[in-house]
Unconditional design. Structure first.
Lengths: 536, 127
């Protein structure tokens, strides 16, 4: 409820105040009476007035003074004042009145309408002023609110800014991560594609969803071939069933390490591989069987070779012990007999002693062979050359095998070109060579056969040939003849450690020579070797 | 007694050793140095005991033993295998082809003599 505007009426005579009130009785105002200037001033301290009507003539403080005092106070500086006076009516009074700060000077008798009109103006002004003030307050409040909201908005703006900053950072991080993921993918893709191992991924239907370059190269397929290829197509027939089983089990989540499989290439070649298989999970399901394999074909071949070699070595060792036992048996046996005194006849005694001698030699030769073998294996095999007549060496060798030959009724003929130059060779070793070749010839010969030893100059070499008319050697055996441990597995006796020919070849080659054999089953063999003539 | 013995052995020294030892005991000893020759001799002549080496030219000791066992004349003749080979599988093989005993060449001819005597008196030493 709006308050009525207050009007201050000041007169020392109370009847004047009443009169005034009567004039404004129809106006909606509240009058505050003051009977003196001081009282009026006091009222201004308590109330806010729209207008003040003052009498001029008052005891102690007149109207002019009162207004001047009002004008000095902030509160009342702009209070509109209308003087109402009966006495002071001259112009200079009016001037004085206005000069003191009043807005009007009305002389009595008052014309009510005029005063009312003037007061109404100021009342309206006052209302206007009040409403302006309200407006100002409202606006100030509104402004405050706006400021508050603005401040809040600022805060929010800051927060937003901060969030934005975060977002930007996050975005940058994401971009960074994305890049890393991409690079990582590229690296993996590159890794898989360039790996030496074969990598494949097979879906539930058996189709290839991924294979790497190594896979394509190894199996001989193009990328285009993969469309029509099923994984069963790369399996060998014999392994198909177990492989399918493996595949099914993998698709149920099992993993297998170091499985060996045989693949078949596009061109039908077989390829042994070894590797690991496992399933790929996507959304909780096993969607593909992945395998990564190494080509172990070479390894398998090497293992096979090693097994063969080991088998040959075992056989060799078993044969060596057997070979050594034979002469030893005779040595012990005859010695026992002689020692026991069971041999009375001196002729028999001599016979036995000769056997002991022979068997000792045999044992010695065997042991020498083994030592040579050991030296060859460890690279300690040496040749000591001297200038020597090969003719003598051959002749000595022939003599050495003489008794062996005569036991079988075999005759050895020497066909030596007497113009043979002297050679720079290791005499002992060459003797070993000739003896070995002769022994073989005797071994593989029938009873009462014949052996020929030929020697001549051919091109710039010395050629020596040992021929026999024995059982011959089959074509299949010839390539391996000079290999270590190799013995011809004829249904014939398989004697010997298999070292002789191997050592023989090593000796010839150490002399920069060449050795070879020509043979026909049932007809006989000719072992030939050449030695370069010594340079002068 | 003078039982007739056949020794098939291609190593001259080993042969001489066994031959001498057995002849000393009074046996009548015949020899062969070749598998085929030995087999023929065994088939054509009557022997009370045959001694075979395994590593022989022609056919080996196992083969000879197996064939002798198949023929009625020699199916029951005691056969002693004497070899430098000591592998278990050779010993097993010997038993499979029907040999009565297997001895390793140990340099002790007395062993061979003892085994021969045992086989001839139908009381073989365990294999």
């Amino acid at each position: 409820m709006k308050e009525k505007p207050k009007v201050l009426i000041v007169d020392d005579k109370i009847e004047n105040l009443v009169t005034l009130e009567r004039i404004f009785s129809d106006m909606d105002v509240e009058f505050v009476r003051a009977l003196s200037g001081n009282e009026a001033l006091m009222h201004t301290l308590e109330h806010d007035f729209a207008i003040a009507l003052l009498d001029v003539q008052m005891p102690e403080m007149d109207g002019f003074e009162t207004v001047e005092l009002m004008r000095q106070d902030k509160l009342t500086k702009h209070l509109p004042v209308i003087f109402v006076s009966a006495i002071y009516t001259e112009d200079y009074h009016k001037i004085r009145g206005i000069a003191s700060g009043a807005v009007d000077f009305i002389t009595k008798p008052i014309i009510p309408d005029i005063l009312r009109g003037k007061v109404r103006v100021f009342l309206e002004l006052y209302e206007y002023r009040l409403s302006l003030e309200e407006e100002i307050v409202r606006r100030a409040e509104a402004e405050e609110k706006i400021q508050e909201q603005y401040d809040e908005i600022q805060i929010h703006a800051h927060e937003l800014e901060a969030s934005n900053e975060e977002l930007r950072n996050t975005q940058e991080k994401l971009i960074g991560l994305n890049r890393e993921i991409q690079e990582s993918e590229e690296r993996y893709s590159d890794l898989f594609d360039n790996a030496n191992d074969l990598i494949q991924s097979v879906d539930a239907e058996g189709k290839f969803v991924y294979v790497n370059t190594a896979w394509l190269n190894a199996l001989g397929y193009d990328k285009g071939d993969l469309e029509h290829l099923k994984f069963a197509d790369i399996m060998v027939q014999e392994e198909l069933a177990p492989c399918l089983d493996l595949f099914e089990r993998t698709m149920r989540g099992e993993q297998f390490n170091n499985v060996q499989i045989t693949f078949v290439t596009k061109h039908g070649a077989e390829m042994c591989v070894e590797g690991n298989v496992g399933a790929r999970i996507k959304n909780g399901e096993y969607v593909a069987a992945r395998g990564i394999f190494r080509d172990i074909t070479e390894r398998i071949i090497a293992e096979e070779k090693q097994r063969e070699l080991d088998a040959m070595k075992s056989e060799f060792i078993s044969n060596v012990s057997h070979e050594l036992r034979t002469p030893l048996h005779s040595l012990k046996g005859f010695t026992k007999l002689l020692v026991s005194g069971k041999v009375d006849d001196p002729k028999t005694q001599n016979e036995f002693l000769a056997i002991v001698d022979k068997e000792s030699d045999r044992l010695g030769d065997l042991i020498d062979d083994l030592l040579d073998m050991s030296r060859l294996e460890s690279g300690r095999f040496k040749i000591n050359k001297e200038v020597i007549s090969l003719k003598n060496i051959i002749h000595d060798a022939v003599e050495r095998v003489g008794s062996l030959a005569s036991e079988k009724g075999i005759t050895i003929t020497e066909e030596m070109n007497s113009e043979l130059p002297e050679m720079e060779v290791d005499g002992k070793r060459m003797g070993q060579v000739i003896t070995n070749l002769l022994s073989n010839a005797i071994k593989y010969n029938q009873e009462n056969g014949s052996i020929t030893v030929k020697s001549e100059v051919s091109n710039s070499d010395l050629l020596v040939q040992v021929s026999d008319r024995g059982i011959g050697i089959s074509e299949d055996d010839i390539p391996q003849l000079f290999e270590r441990f190799y013995r011809v597995e004829a249904s014939d006796r398989i004697e010997g450690t298999g070292l002789g020919l191997h050592i023989t070849r090593q000796i010839i080659e150490a002399h920069s020579g060449r050795i070879w054999i020509e043979s026909k089953l049932g007809e006989g063999s000719t072992f030939s070797f050449t030695l370069p003539l010594r340079q002068n | 007694m003078n039982e007739r013995l056949l020794i098939v052995e291609d190593d001259a020294s080993a042969l001489r050793l066994i031959e001498f030892s057995l002849k000393q005991e009074g046996y009548d000893v015949k020899t062969a140095t070749n598998g085929l020759t030995g087999l023929k001799k065994a088939q054509n002549e009557k022997f009370d005991l045959i001694i075979l080496d395994l590593m022989l030219p022609g056919i080996d000791g196992f083969e000879i033993c197996s064939r002798l066992r198949k023929e009625p004349d020699t199916a029951q003749t005691p056969i002693l295998i004497v070899s430098a080979k000591t592998h278990e599988k050779d010993v097993a093989m010997a038993s499979e082809v029907g040999a009565d005993a297997y001895l390793t060449k140990s340099g002790n001819p007395a062993e061979i003599v003892a085994q021969v005597q045992a086989l001839l008196s139908q009381k073989p030493i365990a294999m």
